[in-house]
Write a protein that binds this ligand. Structure first.
Ligand code: SAM
Length: 224
């Protein structure tokens, strides 16, 4: 019976790969990877030699039928992204949906993803939260922020360093300046930091200290 296994990979610290993930990477018939060069580096580090085919975000639609045909000819195909869990702000969803529709077994191993450690360490309620992924870059961005300003649950967003200041500035159009925010940077890496403060304070800080590295932005929900 063919099956697809989604294997999470480290988001910075290579020690974060699980034993089961390593076993699947070793035992799979073939790997689909978001970027084969990135995956080859990871495999080399763990001394795994495996056939890797590209599965790019920009060709996920086009590549779908072909990928399903390939998966159906194997016992176990693994999908990995460059970092973290495939399908979480990374390619994967369309392939999983297509496999489910075709009756192909799908399994996602537990493992690294950026938003869970960021949420749990934020100090904001994590019993209920919403994951927004990346905000739209242009159209719909303001509307999304306007809706989020009324959200009572903790909000988790992915953000790029060169857009963080713009986002904090735009937040001031809809959020009260005292709304608490955490900027979680470079998780699991050497320069991991959690910067805590309200929107206004964060804006002042990051204008003076331009943000670098990978960022998860956490926004406390609207108080009752
Ligand atoms: N699939 C990944 C996951 O499971 O988290 C997310 C991939 S998405 C293309 C990349 C974004 O995730 C980054 O721009 C950043 O917002 C967040 N991210 C990934 N690694 C991170 C890290 N080490 N520290 C902080 N944020 C990270």
């Amino acid at each position: 019976m063919p099956r697809l296994v989604l294997v999470p990979t480290p988001i910075g610290n290579l020690e974060d790969i699980t034993l089961r993930s390593l076993r699947y990477l070793k035992e799979a018939d073939l790997l689909f990877a978001e970027d084969t060069r990135v995956t080859h580096k990871l495999l080399k580090h763990f001394e795994i030699s495996k056939k890797v085919l590209p599965f790019h975000a920009h060709n996920e639609h086009r590549f779908l039928e072909k990928s399903i045909d390939i998966i159906e000819q194997q016992e176990c195909t693994v999908l990995v992204s460059d970092a973290g869990t495939p399908g979480i702000s990374d390619p994967g969803f369309l392939l999983v949906r297509a496999c489910v529709e075709r009756g192909i077994e799908v399994e996602c191993l537990p493992g690294p993803t950026a938003f869970v450690p960021a949420l749990v360490s934020s100090g904001f309620p994590c019993d209920k939260f919403i994951f927004e992924g990346f905000l739209p870059h242009k159209k719909g961005r303001q509307t999304r922020l306007k809706i989020l300003a009324q959200e009572a649950r903790t909000m988790v967003l992915y953000e790029s360093p060169h857009r963080l200041i713009k986002t904090l500035e735009q937040m001031l159009d809809f959020f009260e300046p005292e709304r608490q925010v955490v900027v979680a940077r470079e998780l699991t890496k050497h320069f991991e930091t959690y910067h805590r403060g309200n929107v206004q304070e964060q804006l002042a800080y990051f204008k003076a200290n331009p943000p670098k590295g990978e960022i998860v932005l956490l926004i406390k929900g609207l108080d009752d």
